[in-house]
Design a protein around this ligand. Structure first.
Ligand code: DX5
Ligand code: ZN
Length: 329
């Protein structure tokens, strides 16, 4: 049987809600450059990098230098998962290596807050991870510094372990509460034992990022198909478990939130962006193409996933600006 060519990431970006982060822990560690290139070609959305220090977990992997060397081998975002006791001493190196997000463990003994602040100051996403037996309430003191909550559904340290469904049920949906301060762009990651067997359940619990390790690297496995299956099953779970049978919004979908003359549009854009929601401003096609820019209406577009939050927070403001900046009839 001939294998069909797999579309590259650039040609076929996924439009699903759920995203797959490929963990390279179980790839050929002698050829990680090939592994990240392959994960990209086969359609992974991200690369998940498991850093272990032999102290926080009973295993050793690689560090910031390896990540830096891999950085130029793929365009995919890098999520670093630091299973180390003292991330503060190394955080600058991981940021310099080009990690797009860095997640550390809440169980470590050192001060957590400065490390989270350093990650955010560098413009990257900051995350905290909880081991299976750590309650989510351990995150409470750091809540406002979090972009990511990562829930471990195996004991950290090794790939290929069995998924803990009871931990997923107890924590995944509830984890969202710890990200309620962020109107847009917060993420729940699930890490450990995620594959086609568990994807539907974690999708039904609202997970955004599914970390998939060993399931991708079995010899002879069609990795592209595995990634598509996991994503599709997670979306199915979301649709039937959380969304009343309605398919989830594709992650890149934008919607028109307001149509206003330029001064009002600019004011509203600044206010919405101030709340962390990205906004695009376009000349509205509802007005003639040759109409003066100062007079015509401008459309504010924002991610569909942030629409409800924007309506709640800025709905009245939108109406007020529409009244005050309306053109005379
Ligand atoms: C385990 C790591 C995981 C691991 C997942 O400590 O954090 O990222 O690679 O591997 P699987 O998917 O095989 O459980
Ligand atoms: Zn991990």
């Amino acid at each position: 049987m001939t294998r069909r060519p797999t579309p590259t990431f650039a040609e076929a970006p996924s439009t699903s809600r759920a995203r797959v982060a490929a963990s390279i822990l179980d790839a050929d560690l002698g050829n990680l450059a090939h592994a990240v290139g392959r994960a990209e070609r086969e359609g992974a959305d991200r690369i998940h990098l498991d850093v272990m220090d032999g102290h926080f977990v009973p295993n050793l992997t690689f560090g910031a230098k390896t990540i830096k060397a891999l950085r130029r081998r793929t365009r995919l975002p890098f999520d670093a998962h630091l299973m180390i006791s003292n991330p503060a001493a190394f955080i600058d190196e991981f940021l310099d290596a080009g990690c797009d997000s860095v997640t550390i463990h809440v169980e470590i003994k050192e001060d957590i807050e400065p490390t989270l602040r350093a990650i955010r100051a560098a413009g990257r996403a900051a995350g905290l991870c909880v081991k299976p037996r750590t309650p989510l309430s351990a995150l409470a003191p750091y809540q406002r510094l979090l972009d990511i909550v990562m829930v471990m559904t195996v004991e950290p340290g090794f790939g290929g372990q069995t998924f803990m469904a009871d931990v997923a049920r107890a924590k995944l949906l509830q984890a969202r509460e710890y990200l309620s301060h962020k109107l847009h762009g917060s993420e729940i990651h699930v890490d450990g034992g995620v594959n086609r067997e568990s994807a539907e359940l974690v999708g039904s619990l609202g997970v955004d990022i599914l970390v998939v390790g060993s399931a991708l690297w079995f010899k002879g496995r069609d990795m592209a198909r595995e990634i598509r299956l996991v994503r599709a099953l997670a979306d199915e779970g979301y649709q039937y478990g959380l969304n009343n049978g309605v398919p989830p919004i594709p992650r890149d979908k934008m919607v028109t939130f307001a149509s206003l003359p330029r001064p009002g549009a600019r004011t509203l854009r600044a206010e919405i962006e101030g709340a962390g929601i990205p906004v695009l401003l376009f000349r509205s096609p509802a007005d003639p193409a040759d109409m003066d820019d100062e007079v015509r209406r401008w459309d504010l577009l924002l991610p569909a996933s942030a629409e409800a939050a924007a309506k709640e927070r800025f709905g009245r403001r939108r109406a007020a600006l529409a009244r005050t900046t309306a053109r005379p009839a």
